[in-house]
Design a binder for this molecule. Structure first.
Ligand code: SAH
Length: 353
């Protein structure tokens, strides 16, 4: 093959793979066999595709490569959390996290290299967005964590949250394709009910999720139900204000009948008073929802501080008085910068490209 760049076979859909096999005079069902090796058995080379003839394997080798991610560095927290620095085929790095609890093992995966959203309190925002992850790169992060769950905990992966680097809804098509590979029986066969996609609140895309009748769960990073405060924290609120977010969420609920989870950090002197707690409780009345009060994980410059415990209690009692379920979430993996908003490739330099 005179210097021609080989295609990554995992960029092909099943239909494209079928077309390929027909074009080389082979049978259509061969595509299904190869697809199964790639997405269900998670093979990383052609040699091990044992139900396929040697000649066909060599032919595949001649036309294609299988690019896959590599766990470049793995760190383990004293609480058991594992953070993977994952190297992509072009040398860029993203991070994913395995979070063990007595009942669950959750994978927190990235959807973009860096992020474009500029939330003031988030370390990933400092990286800017460099590129979207491909479906196979999202899939591979999940597979890497599945393997670690087996090796280090001898338990299966139970849940996936898209709360790593990036805004999943700004990488919409690839996100949905990856989730399809994770949930379909030809892929990993996980239940979509065990998957949660977290968004900063991109209204148009929340509506699209509803239109596409997705079966996974939705979380929204709210952090304030008062526009002025939310805009200070998250510039996205200037173009997607709370009134519009509320409408998009009503649309989501009307179509899916599924609750949303609001992610919410209470910061000292920013949103730790009663008016903010009341505004959140009112916002929660819009559609059935629950609240995760997440601990603030300090990033370097110290501009933001976690609110005092009595302010968190104030939130809990206000929310409870409105009949809203609120859980106070402890942070995991802080010692290795693996907690929410701390993913920033501290140990590696990413080259802009
Ligand atoms: N872009 C999506 C996915 C990222 S999820 C989203 O915004 O939802 C990461 C979660 O951690 C979000 O809820 C985010 O608001 C929160 N977060 C960001 N920085 C944080 C920090 N320093 N401490 C605690 N939570 C943080």
């Amino acid at each position: 093959m005179s210097g021609e760049i080989k295609k990554d076979i995992r960029k092909l859909s099943l239909a494209e793979l079928e077309e390929f096999f027909l074009s080389v005079g082979d049978k259509k069902f061969r595509a299904k066999q190869v697809y199964d090796w790639l997405w269900n058995k998670k093979l990383k080379n052609f040699e091990e595709m044992t139900n396929i003839s040697k000649a066909t394997r060599e032919m595949l080798e001649h036309h294609f490569v299988i690019n896959h991610i590599r766990v470049d560095q793995m760190q383990r927290s004293e609480d058991g959390t594992i953070k993977n620095a994952v190297m992509l085929y072009d040398g860029k790095i993203v991070e994913s996290v395995l979070i063990p609890t007595p009942k669950r093992i959750t994978a927190c995966v990235s959807s973009q290299v860096g992020c474009s959203l500029d939330c003031n309190f988030c370390a990933t925002a400092r990286l800017k967005r460099m590129r979207n992850l491909h479906p196979d790169e999202i899939f591979d992060q999940v597979v890497a964590i599945m393997e670690e769950a087996k090796i280090y905990f001898d338990r299966p992966l139970t849940n996936i949250v898209f709360m790593g680097m990036g805004e999943p809804l700004l990488n919409y098509a690839n996100l949905l394709e990856a989730i399809d590979k994770i949930t379909s029986p030809e892929g990993l066969g996980m239940s979509p009910k065990r998957i949660t996609v977290s968004t900063v609140g991109v209204c148009k895309m929340i509506r699209k999720l509803a239109d596409d009748e997705v079966k996974f769960n939705l979380a929204v990073s709210l952090h304030s139900a008062i526009n002025e405060t939310r805009s200070r924290l998250m510039p996205i609120n200037d173009t997607n204000p709370l009134e519009e977010l509320a409408e998009a969420l009503k649309y989501w609920y009307a179509k899916t009948k599924r609750k949303v989870t609001y992610e919410y950090v209470v910061w000292k002197g920013i949103n730790d008073d009663e008016p903010h707690a009341l505004a959140l409780a009112k916002f929660c009345q819009i559609i059935p929802s629950k609240v995760n009060l997440i601990q603030y994980n300090p990033i370097d410059d110290g501009e933001f501080q976690q609110a005092d415990p009595e302010k968190i209690s104030l939130y809990v009692s206000v929310l409870e008085s409105f009949g809203i379920v609120a859980k106070v979430r402890k942070s995991r993996g802080q010692d290795i910068d693996a907690a929410c908003g701390q993913l920033a490739n501290k140990n590696d330099l990413i080259t802009e490209g």
